[in-house]
Design a protein around this ligand. Structure first.
Ligand SMILES: Nc1ncnc2c1ncn2[C@@H]1O[C@H](COP(=O)(O)OP(=O)(O)O)[C@@H](O)[C@H]1O
Ligand SMILES: Cc1cn([C@H]2C[C@H](O)[C@@H](COP(=O)(O)OP(=O)(O)O)O2)c(=O)[nH]c1=O
Length: 207
């Protein structure tokens, strides 16, 4: 059985922690697992880190911020490579692919930047639909506490405001995309893992 599972949520929600635990869970069951993420570690992902995510997430090219449209196109280009070179072949080969972020991140974040949601959905139409998307949901105050130190203090208010919008967007997207399931990410690492396993068993193994 090939399967494609995605972890989504605001920065610091616990995506990479839970993706790793879920990968280990599948491996213990004897599945071949591909643990991956977006932005990727390919040339496109590196370009995104350089142009979009540098300088306190200000995205500087020659002193000017790149446009939100260009940002969305870069994430989509990175994703197109990710889907065709890694995700699709792995799922077709019967592997379990777990991705830390996918096109739902583009919808939640680039929509929060003011771009049109329908344009973003169209732009990402090439991206195959996952079997299950785990949305790790928690208040921004909590996530900020967890990632305290990842960015400079003066930027905190600005970042918190964007994260709040992103969280609301994710919750709206969960109403539109039936593959998205909301998990309370305020619990302990172990409890969240157990909730995710229960969802995987229910949705993928129809237990
Ligand atoms: N359930 C949890 N409770 C408290 N701290 C957590 C929990 N899950 C993860 N963390 C910690 O919070 C930080 C962010 O977690 P991480 O998995 O990197 O989030 P993300 O990948 O969503 O940015 C890490 O320091 C991690 O150890
Ligand atoms: C995949 C993706 C990420 N992002 C944002 C979310 C995060 O704030 C940021 C980087 O993701 P993050 O998960 O923090 O990656 P890393 O720690 O490896 O740099 O990019 C988008 O805005 N759109 C997207 O399509």
């Amino acid at each position: 059985m090939g399967a494609f599972i995605v972890m989504e949520g605001i920065d610091g929600a616990g995506k990479s922690t839970q993706a790793r635990l879920l990968a280990e869970w599948f491996e213990e069951k004897g599945y071949e697992v591909v643990l991956t993420k977006e932005p990727t570690d390919t040339a496109f992902g590196k370009l995104i880190r350089k142009l979009v995510l540098t300088g306190g997430r200000e995205g500087i090219i020659d002193g000017a911020r790149i446009s939100h449209e260009a940002e969305a196109l870069l994430f989509a280009a990175d994703r197109a490579e990710h889907v065709s070179k890694l995700i699709k072949p792995a799922v077709e080969a019967g592997k379990v692919v777990i991705s830390d972020r996918y096109f739902y991140s583009s919808l939640a974040y680039q929509w929060a930047r003011g771009l049109d949601l329908e344009w973003l959905i169209d732009l990402n139409r090439f991206a195959i639909r996952p079997d299950l998307v785990i949305l790790l949901d928690l208040p921004v105050k909590e996530s900020m506490k967890r990632i305290n130190g990842r960015s400079i203090k003066t930027e905190f208010d600005k970042i918190a405001e964007l994260q709040k919008k992103v969280r609301e967007n994710y919750l709206k997207l969960a109403e539109r995309f039936p593959e998205m399931r909301i998990v309370n990410a305020l619990a302990s690492v172990e409890d969240i893992h157990n909730d995710i396993v229960a969802l995987v068993e229910h949705e993928l193994f129809k237990k």
